[in-house]
Ligand binder design. Structure first.
Ligand code: NAP
Ligand code: 3JM
Length: 337
């Protein structure tokens, strides 16, 4: 079996650590493994498949002889290091928003547009976590009934904002119970017993950048340049698992029964939809799972041809690490590395 030399930039982070778990679980054919981060983490030891690896500070030499470089260290680092890694011969799978909308960079969700990886010129972008789980649920319906518009509100876990935001929720909840004050370091407002209707920065049109990612990335991944998406992205005091309330309007009529049938046989989806028995997906139940969970499918009462649903996934897995490792697997399967 051919083995591939793999580097992970951001190996100490919330996404990087999950990438290591997923690579190990899937027995990805790794030859040499390089764990890269900032100078602060240099020398830290990380276990992978029973062996100890030492974290190295990223440098241009880091990518020498690397076949696949998985990046999850933020968009600034991606912009600096991706061109260097590509020049050294690696294919970069980038988790940040740095290159997602560049026309020559494929933006891939393997359940939706796997073939797009074939057009890569060195960099393949992994979409935003909230976009990934939404398009997995929308695409099978779009193929049959053409989705015209989407209205989505998200309920996003703190882990989507990194290891420091996880710490913020832990520390602020503890401080509240102890009658003390704690100011979150990685989140823009109080997160304990609160919800924050702002993820990423505000833009000129008063949507946030996260909300505009959901519009622009959905169009690119689904090859649906005319689809309309209005998103409201909200941070909630949940550690892992993004939830989404999604309402769609389709060109052709669709019944909830048809939608359930379509989604039951679609890749990467688990239906949990039995209101009579109180069955619906919740973030607490999806942690550690790689699928997208869909429930609460019903006829939407505000639109003709309308349908509403509830979509939940582990943001660190399908929303980031799992999707990136699936892309790496596509490269192997298509013989592109
Ligand atoms: P995190 O927990 O804060 O981890 C950040 C990682 O980046 C750490 O390993 C950190 O290393 C490394 N890093 C920071 N500055 C660096 C530098 N100057 N040079 C090299 N490495 C550096 O964040 P995360 O949640 O894992 O997310 C990381 C990135 O992945 C995000 O910024 C985002 O772009 C992307 N992301 C994407 C999705 C998605 O939807 N696809 C979801 C979440 C995140 P140290 O330990 O040395 O500081
Ligand atoms: C998720 O440093 C940065 O720019 C990271 C910001 C970030 C992003 C992003 O824009 O890459 C944090 C969390 C994402 C994302 O997936 O879009």
């Amino acid at each position: 079996m051919k083995l591939y030399n793999v580097a992970i930039l951001g190996a100490t982070g919330a996404v990087g650590q999950t990438m290591l778990k997923v690579l190990e679980e899937r027995n990805f054919p790794i030859g040499k493994l390089k764990l890269l981060a900032s100078k602060q983490s240099a020398g830290k030891e990380i276990n992978f498949k029973g062996d100890t690896y030492t974290v190295e500070p990223v440098s241009s030499e880091s990518f020498e002889g690397i076949d696949i470089a998985l990046f999850s260290a933020g968009s600034t680092r991606s912009k600096t290091w991706a061109p260097i890694a590509v020049e050294k011969g690696a294919v970069v799978i980038d988790n940040s928003s740095a290159f997602r909308m560049e026309p020559q960079v494929p933006l891939v969700v393997p359940e939706v547009n796997p073939e797009d990886v074939k057009n890569h010129q060195g960099i393949i972008a992994n979409p935003n976590c909230s976009t990934i789980q939404m398009v997995v649920a929308l695409y099978p319906i779009h193929r049959k009934k053409t989705i015209k518009r989407v209205i989505v509100s998200t309920y996003q876990a703190v882990s989507g904002a990194g290891a420091k935001a996880i710490e913020d929720l832990q520390k602020e909840v503890k401080a509240r119970f102890e009658g003390e004050h704690y100011t979150p370091q990685a989140l823009p407002a109080s997160i304990a017993f609160n919800v924050i209707p702002r993820i990423d920065i505000f833009l000129e049109n008063d949507y946030t950048k996260e909300e505009m990612k959901m519009l622009n990335e959905t169009r690119k991944i689904m090859h649906a340049p005319d689809i309309k998406v209005s998103a409201t992205c909200v941070r909630v005091p949940v550690f892992i698992g993004h939830s989404e309330s999604v309402t769609i309007e389709t060109q052709e009529p669709i019944t909830p029964q048809e939608a359930k049938q379509i989604l039951s046989s679609a890749p990467g989806i688990i239906m949990e939809d039995d209101p009579k028995n109180n069955v619906y997906p919740m973030p607490i139940d999806v942690e550690g799972k790689d699928d997208v969970f869909v429930g609460r499918i019903r006829k939407d009462l505000a639109f003709d041809n309308g349908l509403s649903m509830w979509v939940v996934a582990d943001n660190l897995r399908k929303g980031a690490a799992t999707n990136a490792v699936q892309i790496a697997q596509l490269l192997v399967d298509y013989g592109l590395v």
